[in-house]
Design a protein around this ligand. Structure first.
Ligand code: NIG
Ligand code: FE
Length: 412
């Protein structure tokens, strides 16, 4: 089954050679092709070029993209999309003056979501999560990382991870699962955090690895959650079982979490709202990609990750949503793109690179996703008629997407 997309006003993120990441100054460059066509065979991009060379190409289906822009779907490398219920009361509590930290300290926050998750049936958890997934696919996400972390018991963590597995089987977008057992210290372990870390190391990691329910391992490395020593122990034990680190660091405090991630060859270090020069230096000598989550900064009114400092230091940067019920109840990558440009002073080219090819790198899939390259998966956004690609982040809050193609199939 072949599909031809013809008369494309501009085809974005066209990479002939298989680029897996873009860094520093190169992030300002977004290779494009004007007046282009693109040919899909089954689930793969097989050809593209100028419309002047399109004569004679025949396909089973043709889509006319006159006036429209085509780009790779978003790669959202950091989400907690599998969760039970919502936390809109905490949102109101924050408006009325409580801080995120105060809410967590009185048993709300992650512990609130964990209680809901422990009490929900696997079936209900699946249907709530599937709805969110369908929504983000319509918003142009074609690859997504999903974390556990609201279980806080072996049974509930396994329930979350089985739901992720079922989503993988049912939907054709790319899904990568992460074990985030160390998301918060459960009430029962309030005075025995080491006991909980031991449980993670001795029971949860082996069980999850043996069942092949996750590819990555995450830790919320933060004051009041898990410290450097806990992070060190958990990452080391995860690695023994083949789980690669992708970790939450520097959301509220910078105290060496970035270095700890790099020490364990983390694929990514995420959040980084607080970032110091040492962190930048340690990232310079690594293959670890920093990931910014601007919707989280927006929602919690905390600082934005210093994208300019990161990129101007020659580093790569990826953008993701952090979709979760507490700090980011939104999985809209289009909003992430706008917010990165408006609040973090990223150029549209940098933001698009960060949300496509670098997002793919941050989830270990950039050999097959994240750019318009022959042989890569046919995961494409076709926009509505827009004046230029700058218009996408500029006209924030509007839906500029006409159609989304995932794995060669039209989904909306
Ligand atoms: O990435 N910071 C840790 N975890 C999530 C939020 C968790 C929650 O509040 O439910 C985050 O922001
Ligand atoms: Fe997160």
């Amino acid at each position: 089954m072949t599909t031809l997309i013809a008369n494309i006003k501009e085809l974005l993120q066209v990479r002939d050679s298989n680029v897996s990441i873009v860094k520093g100054k190169d992030m300002k460059i977004l290779p494009t092709l004007k007046n282009a066509y693109l040919l899909i065979d089954d689930d793969t991009i097989v050809q593209y070029g100028s419309m002047t060379e399109c004569n004679g190409i025949e396909a089973d289906t043709t889509i006319d993209a006159n006036g429209k822009i085509v780009l790779p779907t978003w790669c959202d490398s950091h989400t907690h999309i599998v969760y039970a219920g919502n936390r809109e009361q905490e949102f109101v509590d924050r408006i009325n003056g409580l801080s995120y930290e105060e809410i967590a300290n009185r048993g709300g926050g992650i512990l609130n979501s964990a209680e809901k998750l422990q009490n929900i049936s696997e079936e209900d958890l699946y249907s709530q999560s599937a709805k969110r997934l369908e929504q983000v696919m319509k918003q142009g996400t074609g690859a997504i990382e999903i974390k556990s972390g609201y279980g806080l018991t072996i049974e509930a963590e396994l329930k979350m991870l089985r739901v992720i597995k079922r989503l993988k089987q049912h939907y054709n977008l790319k899904i990568r699962a992460t074990l985030l057992a160390a998301h918060a210290v459960p009430k029962e372990y309030k005075n025995n955090k080491n006991g909980f870390v031991d449980l993670i190391i001795n029971k949860m990691i082996p069980e999850v690895a043996n069942k092949e329910l996750a590819k990555y391992i995450d830790v919320f490395c933060e004051k009041g959650y898990f410290d450097l020593e806990d992070t060190d122990r958990i990452l080391e034990s995860g690695l023994k079982y083949g789980l690669i680190p992708k970790i939450h660091v520097n959301q509220f405090n910078a105290f060496g979490g970035v270095g700890m991630g790099v020490k364990h060859h983390a694929l990514s270090v995420d959040h980084l709202e607080e970032l110091n020069d040492e962190d930048i230096d340690v990232l310079r000598n690594s293959d670890t990609i920093p990931v910014a989550l601007p919707s989280c900064s927006y929602f919690l009114s905390i600082p934005y990750t210093p994208a300019r400092k990161i990129i101007d230091s020659g580093l790569p940067l990826a953008l993701a949503t952090d979709y979760n019920p507490g700090s980011t109840p939104s999985g809209n990558m289009n909003f992430v793109l706008s917010t990165a440009c408006i609040k973090m002073k990223m150029t549209p080219e940098e933001a698009i690179n960060a949300a496509t090819i670098n997002g793919a790198y941050a989830m270990g899939i950039s050999h097959r996703y994240g750019s318009i390259t022959k042989g890569k998966k046919a995961n494409l956004i076709i926009t509505k008629e827009v004046p230029s690609y700058n218009f996408l982040p500029y006209a924030f809050g509007d839906n500029h997407i006409d159609r989304v193609i995932i794995n060669g199939q039209l989904i909306s």
